[in-house]
Design a protein around this ligand. Structure first.
Ligand SMILES: Nc1ccn([C@@H]2O[C@H](COP(=O)(O)OP(=O)(O)OP(=O)(O)O)[C@@H](O)[C@H]2O)c(=O)n1
Ligand SMILES: C[C@](O)(CO)[C@H](O)COP(=O)(O)O
Length: 233
C-alpha cells in the first residue's frame, strides 16, 4: 500500500489580495509553499509529492524544491477539485488498488506530523477514509442575502473540515470524476466521497492547522511557524 501525497497549489489567492499567489509569500524566512513541501517530505510516509501548479506559474522556479526529484508537477485546473483530479489522473496508471491519496492544501503550512500520524492511524481502522477536522467553538448562524440572521445552526457534531484528507486513491478518482461530470460543487475531497454515500471518519486535528486565506491570517501563521522552530519543539 502506498500513500500518494497530493498538494493542490494552483490557486491565485484572490482573497489574500497580494501581488502574487499566497503560496509564494514569505513567512518565517521561507516561501509558504516550501514550508508545506518540507513538512510533507520530512514525513516517513511521504516519499514523493504530486504538486498541482498553475500552468503559467512563474514563481515555482524560486522554490527551494524546484529541482527536487521527489516532486511530480502536474497542471492545476480551474478549481481546486480539478487540480486534485488532474493530479490523480497523472498517477492513476502507477497506482495499485490498495493505494491511498493524502490531499493537503499548500495553504496549510502549519500542519504537524502528529496530525498526519493520527490521520493515517484512523484510516487503517476506517476503510471509508478520514479527514482532519476541528469541532466548532462558536455559536453558528445561517445568514441571508441581507447578512441578517436566518437561524442558529445546531453546533453539536458540527466540524471545520481541514486537510489532509485521506481516501482510497481509485475510489477518490472515481468520486471526483462522477461529481464533476454531474457539475456538483466539491470544495473538498470528503464532499465527493459523501456524494458516493461514504461516511469518512472525522479526526480531531490541531486548531493551528489554519488555511492561509486572508491578510489577517499571515501574522498568525508566521507565529505558528516560528513556534515550530522553538527549542522545545
Ligand atoms: N484552481 C485551484 C484553486 C485552488 N487550489 C488550491 O486549493 C487550496 C485551497 O484553496 P484556497 O485557499 O481557496 O486558495 P485560492 O483558490 O488560491 O484562494 P482564493 O479562493 O482566495 O482565490 C490552495 O492550496 C490552492 O492553491 C488549486 O490547487 N487549484
Ligand atoms: C479543502 C478545505 O481546506 C477544507 O476546509 C477547503 O474546502 C478549501 O476551500 P477553498 O475555498 O478552496 O479554500
Amino acid at each position: 500500500m502506498t500513500i500518494w501525497p497530493i498538494i493542490p497549489a494552483a490557486g491565485v489567492g484572490s482573497r489574500m489580495q497580494a501581488d502574487r499567489p499566497k503560496q509564494y509569500l514569505t513567512l518565517a524566512n521561507g516561501l509558504l509553499i516550501d514550508h508545506t513541501l518540507r513538512l510533507l517530505l520530512d514525513h516517513p510516509a511521504c516519499q514523493q509529492v504530486v504538486l498541482a501548479l498553475a500552468t503559467d506559474d512563474p514563481y515555482w522556479r524560486g522554490s527551494e524544491f524546484s529541482d527536487d526529484a521527489r516532486i511530480l508537477r502536474v497542471a492545476g485546473g480551474q478549481e481546486r477539485c480539478h487540480s486534485v483530479l488532474n493530479a490523480l489522473n497523472a498517477i492513476l496508471d502507477q497506482a495499485h488498488d490498495d493505494d491511498w491519496a493524502l490531499v493537503h492544501d499548500v495553504a496549510r503550512p502549519c500542519l504537524h506530523h502528529s496530525d498526519i500520524d493520527a490521520l493515517l492511524a484512523a484510516a487503517q481502522q476506517h476503510p471509508q477514509g478520514a479527514l482532519l477536522a476541528t469541532p466548532t467553538r462558536d455559536t453558528m448562524k445561517r445568514g441571508n442575502s441581507e447578512q441578517c440572521v436566518q437561524h442558529t445552526v445546531e453546533r453539536e457534531q458540527l466540524w471545520h473540515a481541514l486537510t489532509p484528507q485521506l481516501f482510497p486513491l481509485k475510489a477518490l478518482h472515481q468520486a471526483l470524476e462522477q461529481c464533476l461530470a454531474q457539475q456538483l460543487t466539491v470544495t473538498d475531497e470528503c464532499s465527493a466521497m459523501e456524494h458516493m454515500g461514504w461516511q469518512p471518519r472525522l479526526v480531531e486535528g490541531r486548531s493551528d492547522n489554519i488555511k492561509i486565506t486572508r491578510p489577517a491570517d499571515l501574522a498568525l501563521a508566521e507565529w505558528f511557524l516560528q513556534q515550530r522552530e522553538a527549542p522545545c519543539e
